[in-house]
Design a protein around this ligand. Structure first.
Ligand SMILES: Nc1ncnc2c1ncn2[C@@H]1O[C@H](COP(=O)(O)OP(=O)(O)O)[C@@H](O)[C@H]1O
Ligand SMILES: [Mg+2]
Length: 270
């Protein structure tokens, strides 16, 4: 089954999730059209990463419905989920690189899994590593990499198989403004090339709002606000507006604004 034209790439309806009796998501509804770019923002520990894992089919919801690329994730059994996951790329917040594999082998992993021929794998891995500014790092091990480099390896791995849906969990956390702007340039270029759908969770509100077409704010386990990214900073909802402007996040606000200032600066990777 594939997503038909006009059918949402991702659709959540009343999704709930609790851990040990603590409700993290309390009825989340969201729709992302094919080729859409959704940014998800919200307070720390608010369930943003959990939401992405539910969309990726890595966790199951306690309540509600989730449809991804034409599949009903609540009804799907493991073989169907495994097949669907091959069509989804994911950058994990903590990178989740395989410690025992080199940079090149980490990036090659989804292609190997998809049965791509060895010489084609080498060419595609090399091209992806060039795109994220890591040409020459093929044989390094994850332990030798900085946080920013691990993030870029994770992005290369998430996008190497030209997934139809790519989920990015904090793609720029801890990165400097110039690298942040380059990461989003890369996400934009990838999407233009493949027509994929992107869902990006980010605490860097200004940067993700510049990338996304739509922003959703997760607050108290629900989508408190969803709308055009351009309208986020002037949202009628005071809680949303002050969160977006960084008035509730002190240090983060300064960082976000400096990212925005540095945005239109293409060039070499630092
Ligand atoms: N596998 C898990 N088991 C127990 N609690 C979890 C698990 N995953 C997430 N949580 C809890 O759910 C809440 C939301 O987590 P998370 O989605 O990581 O937040 P965010 O990404 O918005 O910062 C946190 O309180 C976290 O401790
Ligand atoms: Mg998180």
């Amino acid at each position: 089954m594939t997503a038909r034209d006009g059918q949402a790439a991702v659709e959540l309806e009343g999704v709930g999730k609790a851990f040990g009796g603590r409700r993290v998501l309390a009825g989340v509804s969201l729709t992302v059209p094919p080729g859409g770019r959704l940014g998800i923002i919200g307070p720390a520990a608010g369930g943003k990463s959990v939401l992405l894992k539910l969309i990726a089919g890595l966790q199951r919801p306690d309540a509600g419905a989730i449809r991804v690329l034409g599949h009903d994730l609540v009804a799907a059994r493991e073989p169907e989920l495994a097949a669907l996951r091959k069509r989804i790329g994911m950058l994990f917040q903590n990178y989740a690189l395989f410690d025992f594999l080199s940079v090149a082998d980490n990036v090659a992993f989804p292609l190997l899994h998809a049965g791509v021929a060895a010489d084609e794998i080498d060419a595609r891995v090399a091209a992806r590593l060039r795109a994220v500014g890591l040409a020459g790092s093929e044989s390094k091990m994850p332990a030798e990499l900085s946080g920013g480099m691990k993030k870029r390896v994770g992005i290369a791995r998430a996008t190497v198989a030209r997934a139809e849906l790519v989920l990015y969990d904090e793609p720029t956390a801890g990165l400097d403004p110039v690298t942040t702007s380059k990461i989003y340039d890369l996400l934009r270029a990838d999407q233009a090339e493949t027509g994929s759908t992107a869902v990006v969770v980010s605490s860097d509100v200004a940067a993700v709002a510049a990338f996304a077409d739509t922003i959703a704010m997760l607050h108290d386990g629900r989508i408190r606000w969803v709308g055009a990214a351009a309208g986020l900073f002037d949202a009628d909802d005071l809680v949303v507006r002050s969160f977006a402007r960084g008035e509730e996040r002190d240090g983060a606000a300064v960082l976000s604004r400096s990212v925005e200032a540095a945005r239109p600066a293409p060039g070499a990777w630092p």
